[in-house]
Design a protein around this ligand. Structure first.
Ligand SMILES: [Zn+2]
Length: 353
């Protein structure tokens, strides 16, 4: 399934198209703006614009925007173009493997993520502990050195770039990345995206051209809701558009009931109830999807507990509860059955409540 089309951001799009036409597109870009505003989607659109081969056939088509019809366009929007390298934060389940093995694991995790996004193009934000670790940086450097497989360009999109974490002992790779940002190979454009530009290293910020994405108008978000999500009820559209606050990503997230924070609250509520309710709740967890919804629920739980710890009170118990949730989280990454984990965790939290 292709990803939904890009909505909004017309001003930036026409500036980018103009920059490409005049050969002045910066090779290192940082797209910044609120979470869910469409930064990575814009990065993919830019890749499509650079790689599109359908233009120039008829004069009236020469708008500079991608045609959407040619093979390159279709490959980009189905996340299969070999010259588009989309790096998203990943969480590796096997730690401690040697460097080469780590690199394979990252490549595998990224490929899995892209497969998931092809099947369900309205993807979810990465979990709180996912990052661009040193293996991701090494993989990126390796791919930078490749010649384009199909087109004239390679495009790298690095989502949530604030999660590029410098690591001790990996200075060489970190420096190589800085150098690549400063002077990428001639055929390469690197697009970083972030909702927290202040969390990026100054050495990185100084090497990219910063482009700020503003929130979309509600009217644009509403059209997306109707056309792409097929929402019919005017009231539902109005409510969800208002909650989205100009960010289509937020609009998408609001359509998934029972995930993240809401599920965490439901879980905490059962922890104060009897054993039967706890067991019923555990059984309601999907058995085979440990990495998705269940991990998200645990993240929501961690957030609540951390808030509680900040407010003070029975800090010892809260710290203990956080430790239990982190244990469960690690086991979930190792693909232990979420029903079992939920049952054990609910009992542990009930004891601490
Ligand atoms: Zn095209």
């Amino acid at each position: 399934m292709p990803i939904p089309p890009l909505y909004g951001h017309e001003g930036i799009r026409s500036r980018l198209v103009g920059a490409i036409a005049s050969g002045r597109l910066p090779q290192g870009l940082l797209l910044e703006g609120p979470r869910g505003v469409g930064k990575q989607r814009l990065g993919l659109w830019l890749a499509q614009t650079l790689l599109c081969r359908g233009r120039g056939e008829a004069k009236e088509q020469r708008t500079g925007e991608p045609c959407g019809q040619c093979q390159a366009c279709k490959l980009v929007t189905s996340l299969s173009h070999p010259d588009v390298h989309w790096f998203v934060p990943v969480e590796l389940s096997k730690k401690g493997a040697d460097a080469d093995k780590q690199l394979d694991l990252v490549a595998e995790a990224l490929a899995d993520e892209m497969t998931a996004r092809r099947e369900q193009p309205l993807y979810e934000p990465p979990s709180g502990l996912a990052s661009h670790g040193i293996a991701s940086v090494r993989l990126l450097l390796r791919r930078l050195a490749l010649t384009p497989a199909l087109g004239q360009h390679k495009v790298f999109i690095v989502g949530d770039a604030e999660r590029l974490v410098p690591q001790i002992g990996a200075e060489a790779a970190a420096n190589a990345l800085l150098k690549a940002l400063e002077e990428p190979p001639a055929d390469t454009v690197i697009v970083l995206t972030t909702s927290e530009p202040d969390a990026l290293l100054p050495t990185m910020l100084s090497r990219v051209v910063r482009v700020r994405l503003a929130r979309n108008a509600d009217s644009i978000v509403a059209v997306f809701a109707q056309r792409e999500l097929g929402l019919k009820s005017e009231r539902e559209v109005a409510q969800r558009v208002a909650a989205a606050d100009g960010c289509i990503g937020k609009l998408l997230a609001s359509g998934r009931p029972g995930r993240g924070p809401e599920a965490a609250d439901a879980f905490r509520a059962t922890a104060t109830q009897g054993a039967v309710q706890r067991f019923a709740f555990a059984l309601s967890q999907a058995p085979f999807q440990a990495r998705g919804g269940f991990t998200e629920m645990l993240d929501g739980l961690l957030e609540r507990l951390r808030d509680q710890a900040r407010r003070g009170g029975e800090t010892g118990k809260v710290v203990e509860a956080i430790a239990r949730v982190l244990d469960a989280r690690e086991l979930a990454q190792g693909n232990v059955n979420p029903q079992l984990l939920a049952a054990v965790l609910a009992d542990q939290l009930a004891e601490l409540a």
